[in-house]
Design a protein around this ligand. Structure first.
Ligand SMILES: Nc1ncnc2c1ncn2[C@@H]1O[C@H](COP(=O)(O)OP(=O)(O)OP(=O)(O)O)[C@@H](O)[C@H]1O
Ligand SMILES: [Mg+2]
Length: 301
């Protein structure tokens, strides 16, 4: 865990690249950007992102679900969608963003990143990064919330989105390894961000006691060693209906809306909406600046 935190810190320490946007982009008025991430892989980020997006849309929000897992994109797979074009086509200049945004179920809009090892954002050249940021800026005008599903842990793309968004939801399971990796991520966000807003969700919990114990452990560790208030949002139980829904390529909220996981997910989405993490204007400007800097680190550092 120490190693992971240290490596992330070193990555962040090498930031320096500005990117010039080709178009002038108006300053956004409001739009929350929430990055969903984790220390350990396979803990349920994509499932939670997809179902949070649906639950938030059901509560009347205009939601954009952005798949930032460029290596192993699977938001589209989980939604049973087969996008013909992805973000990669936008970055290559073959498509505009509005041409690749997909209408998902429940009124959500989806930006697919493309499955199967597409180019990493960190490997894009400066023109492509500029295009990417312009694309994101376009999108926020039509959205109340942008939910960004990332990969896990140490990856540069993950780090970029986790550091750039003002609000981060860290997903963990109750397992000690997942918890320690989650704490590793919290530590990095604490060190690299001013006043980070971090929530924790414990997924695949056997029961509430186990979940609360895990969630509170992260809250206590963060308070004791970092003096950082981390918000334990709650838990999603381990639920066979979730596994079945994934196999059927349907979000559990639509496939089995009254199963325990779906009920928890809807409740947690309500907490995200009403949570302390709501911030005013200015999120996006910082967000894009930071994403740009971090994506630039590899080519310039
Ligand atoms: N609450 C749950 N109950 C039971 N199984 C679950 C639950 N949440 C997730 N899963 C299972 O865990 C698997 C991994 O979930 P998911 O793909 O969302 O994780 P991830 O964190 O996005 O993974 P990666 O790090 O590879 O992106 C799912 O395919 C599903 O079978
Ligand atoms: Mg995933």
């Amino acid at each position: 865990m120490q190693d992971q935190a240290e490596r992330l810190r070193q990555l962040v320490g090498r930031l320096n690249s500005p990117v010039v946007l080709e178009k002038s982009v108006p300053i956004p008025s409001h739009c929350r950007i929430i990055t969903v991430t984790s220390g350990k892989g396979g803990v349920g980020k994509t499932n939670l992102s997809v179902n949070f997006a649906l639950a938030l849309a059901a509560k009347g929000k205009n939601v954009l679900l952005f798949d930032a897992d460029m290596g192993l994109a699977n938001v589209d797979v989980m939604l049973g969608m087969m996008p013909q074009h992805t973000l990669l086509n936008v970055l290559n200049g073959q498509k505009t963003l509005s041409e690749i945004v997909l209408e998902g179920p429940g009124g959500i809009r989806v930006v697919a990143s493309g499955s199967g090892g597409v180019q990493e954002l960190a490997d894009l050249n400066e023109t492509q990064r500029g295009k990417f940021l312009e694309a994101l800026l376009e999108l926020q005008h039509q959205s109340d919330l942008i939910l960004i599903d990332t990969g896990a842990g140490l990856h540069r793309n993950v780090l970029a989105f986790a550091l750039a968004a003002e609000e981060v939801v860290i997903v963990t399971t109750p397992e000690p390894t997942a918890l320690m990796d989650a704490y590793g991520m919290i530590k990095v966000l604490y060190r690299e961000k001013h006043n980070p807003v971090i929530s924790v969700v414990v997924n695949m919990a056997g029961n509430q006691i186990e979940a609360d114990e895990a969630g509170k452990k992260l809250v206590i560790l963060s308070k004791r060693f970092l003096n950082l208030e981390v918000d334990y949002l709650g838990f999603v139980p381990r639920d066979p209906a979730m596994i079945k829904a994934v196999r059927e390529q349907k979000p559990v909220l639509l496939a089995a809306p009254s199963c325990p996981a779906a009920i928890s997910l809807t409740r947690l989405a309500g907490m995200i909406l009403s949570g302390k993490s709501q911030r005013g204007e200015g999120n996006l400007i910082n967000f894009f600046k930071k994403v740009t800097q971090i994506f630039g680190a590899k080519n310039h550092g």
